[in-house]
Write a protein that binds this ligand. Structure first.
Ligand code: UT7
Length: 354
């Protein structure tokens, strides 16, 4: 059975008993809900672009196959200086500037990645040093669901009052963990980083609030062998490359993501026509189109970057968000639904009013 790790639908105000004072003396409790506002968003893509035709020059594949099965036309591939930490830092700088925030406003950095530069220290702390932030930070491993997981963790910290400013980053260098002779996987992925700066803000606990309205996370470890990296630090006996049973993952993605978007809407008492934008994990255009249709969203309300970025794992949602935010498609007040599924299996959603 699936394990629900977090379900943070709008929480109820504290009960009279919890406050421990006579009802007559109490202030109204309807305004006690803290929210995580997406104050700024940024993205970074490596300079080098590799087209399908370039891959087809050395691999038994074709631009036609890749486009038809995935929607991918090209991907960005990191150069030697474009490390995970470098790309994450560049994306974070843009997110902070977009929010009008400074490094001193950052209380925590949560960086989702499956491709850190080192086993430790955490890539988040390389970013902390580069930006000159205080506070604390850590990396989070949830493969392609990493950004949604990190967003959920940061939201919990903000709503609990533990922090007031959080940098949430998804950064990946998948080009390092691909078997470039395996046409079934190497054509699918790209490198990049995306970041959001979350700032604590007031809310009433209603779905009209600005900020993160809910996150829902799931995992099913029993499916760990359909998408994994065969390797670890200090294991030269293993290949260290990504392996995937594509059709199986596809089947899980369609089913699980459909469930999770319904779950997010139901938890907030919202109908599907309330959603202004779907910002999905960018793995395959056929999966994205399927979820968009389920929500009854016209294609122009679904943010698609998979054609140009390919699958950048934990970076794909914040990169897509950054693109649609900075080109002013997504605006303040609009309702954005994010969803992802990845290795683990892990999956989940975040519903945000911008
Ligand atoms: O981000 C984490 C989540 N990941 C995903 O959601 C990925 C989910 N899976 C997928 O997107 C799709 O399953 C793939 C794009 C990976 C594959 O598409 P498919 O339609 O499921 O193809 P398939 O794996 O069933 O392969 C069909 C055929 C096979 O040939 P035969 O056995 O029918 O002769 C493959 O060998 O296509 C062949 N093939 C290719 N042909 C040309 C596989 N990769 C390639 C390729 N170029 N790159």
């Amino acid at each position: 059975m699936d394990q629900v790790l977090t379900a943070s639908a709008p929480s109820l105000p504290p009960s009279d008993t919890a406050l421990g004072a006579p009802t007559a003396m109490r202030a109204p409790v309807a305004t006690l809900q803290m929210r995580s506002i997406l104050a700024g968003i940024g993205g970074y893509l490596p300079e080098r672009i590799v087209t399908n035709d370039e891959l087809a020059a050395t691999l038994d594949t074709s631009d036609a196959w890749i486009q038809e099965r995935t929607g991918i036309r090209q991907r960005h591939i990191a150069g030697p200086h474009e490390t995970c930490a470098f790309m994450a830092t560049e994306a974070a700088r843009i997110a902070l500037a977009d929010a009008g925030a400074v490094p001193a406003d950052v209380d925590v950095i949560i960086l989702a990645t499956a491709t850190p530069d080192q086993a430790f220290p955490a890539t988040a702390l390389r970013v902390q040093a580069a930006l000159g932030c205080g506070g604390y930070g850590f990396d989070l491993s949830a493969a392609c669901s990493g950004f949604v997981y990190a967003l959920s963790m940061a939201d919990s910290l903000i709503r609990s009052g533990a922090v007031r400013g959080a940098l949430v980053i998804g950064a990946e260098v998948y080009s390092r963990i691909l078997d470039w002779t395996d046409r079934g996987t190497c054509v699918l992925f790209g490198d990049g980083a995306g970041a959001v700066f979350l700032r604590a803000g007031p809310g009433s606990g209603s779905a009209d609030d600005q900020g993160i309205l809910s996150t829902h996370l799931h995992a099913q470890g029993s499916q760990g062998d359909i998408l994994f990296v065969d390797g670890a630090v200090g294991r030269p006996d293993l290949s260290g490359v990504l392996k995937m049973q594509g059709r199986e993952v596809f089947r899980h993605a369609v089913n699980r993501l459909s469930e999770t978007v319904s779950e997010a809407l139901a938890a907030n008492g919202l109908a599907q026509d309330a959603v202004d934008w779907l910002v999905p994990h960018q793995a395959n255009l056929r999966i994205i189109d399927g979820i968009g249709r389920k929500l009854g969203l016209p294609p122009e309300r679904v943010v698609v970057t998979v054609d140009r970025h390919a699958n950048t794992s934990a970076a794909s949602i914040p990169l897509a968000l950054a693109e649609a935010w900075h080109d002013k498609r997504i605006r303040r007040g609009q309702l954005v639904l994010m969803e992802a599924l990845g290795g683990g299996l892990t999956w989940g959603s975040a519903l945000v009013r911008m």
